[in-house]
Design a protein around this ligand. Structure first.
Ligand SMILES: O=C(O)CCC(=O)C(=O)O
Ligand SMILES: [Fe+2]
Length: 267
């Protein structure tokens, strides 16, 4: 008989689609069995998702995990969408503090790797493959449904924390087109606000004239490219510093080509 740990690990493989197609009915049934076997993480994950071990087997409950409220159109140039109540308070609490925080880095085109930069003074945790638990993967699948972009295009997600005075100064998320030709363009950004007990800390778009302050569970997503897939300079944006309290946000960057495939290509 498999242990609770083994059942949960197997559930994760089904949810991530590791070496197999993603299979949510199987993933959630295995998570239910892991919880029945007394695995505390599986029990916690089911509770965050609002499922009992039995419910995990119902198709309607599975569909409900990926449902989201109608996005509001904040702007067409750039394409900016806001979704009130995209995630539950329990899901946001689960994501806060996931992974291991380290000083945030920026992409350095000269090396093709990350580097520290004073323009990004907050801390962030990139969630590795092993850290993609069921709750995080449900959220990413919901993001995939909302953006209509498939999961293989998703970069590893990041949980970001800003203490008072820390910020992500105005920047673009898109990559230099020369680099994008090789590694794929970062066509969309999806931000989920994980808390709201801070002052300041807005997401500001100085060129587009938009300032967004999400409540816990609200989401903002935008296309970094225009209709012709060209980098859109109107997407210039910043994570402003909170002046009181700590801001937490979940950030999912999405490419037009699988980042995993780009890493594996020899050229
Ligand atoms: O924290 C924010 O509001 C902005 C985050 C951001 O710009 C990003 O994740 O690309
Ligand atoms: Fe950004």
């Amino acid at each position: 008989m498999r242990s609770g740990d083994e059942l949960r690990a197997e559930a994760r493989m089904e949810a991530v689609g590791a070496g197999r197609p993603q299979n949510w009915p199987r993933a959630l049934a295995l998570l239910g069995r892991a919880a029945d076997a007394g695995n505390p993480q599986a029990q916690a994950e089911l509770e965050v998702l609002g499922l009992t071990p039995d419910h995990a087997r119902s198709a309607a409950d599975i569909d409900a995990l990926f449902a989201f409220p109608q996005p509001e159109r904040l702007s067409e140039q750039p394409r900016l969408r806001f979704v009130r109540g995209f995630a539950s308070a329990a899901e946001c609490a689960w994501l806060r503090g996931r992974g291991t925080l380290a000083p945030s880095q920026v992409f350095d085109p000269s090396t093709g790797g990350p580097r520290l930069d004073p323009r990004r003074s907050n801390r962030s945790a990139e969630l590795t493959f092993d850290e993609l638990d069921l709750v995080t993967q449900v959220l990413r699948s919901r993001i995939s449904a909302a953006t209509r972009l498939p999961l293989p295009l998703f970069e590893p997600p990041q949980v970001m924390r800003y203490e008072p005075g820390e910020e992500f100064q105005p920047h673009y998320d898109y990559l230099d087109p020369a680099l994008a030709a090789h590694a794929g363009q970062r066509i969309a950004t999806f931000l989920l606000y994980l808390n709201d007990d801070y002052e300041g800390g807005e997401t500001a778009f100085p060129e587009a004239g938009q300032v967004v302050r999400g409540a816990t569970g609200d989401a903002l997503f935008f296309a970094n490219v225009d209709g012709a897939n060209r980098p859109d300079p109107l997407t210039l944006h910043a994570g402003r510093p909170p002046n009181r309290g700590t801001k937490w946000v979940f950030s999912q960057w999405i490419r037009d080509r699988s980042p995993a495939a780009a890493r594996q290509s020899p050229d």
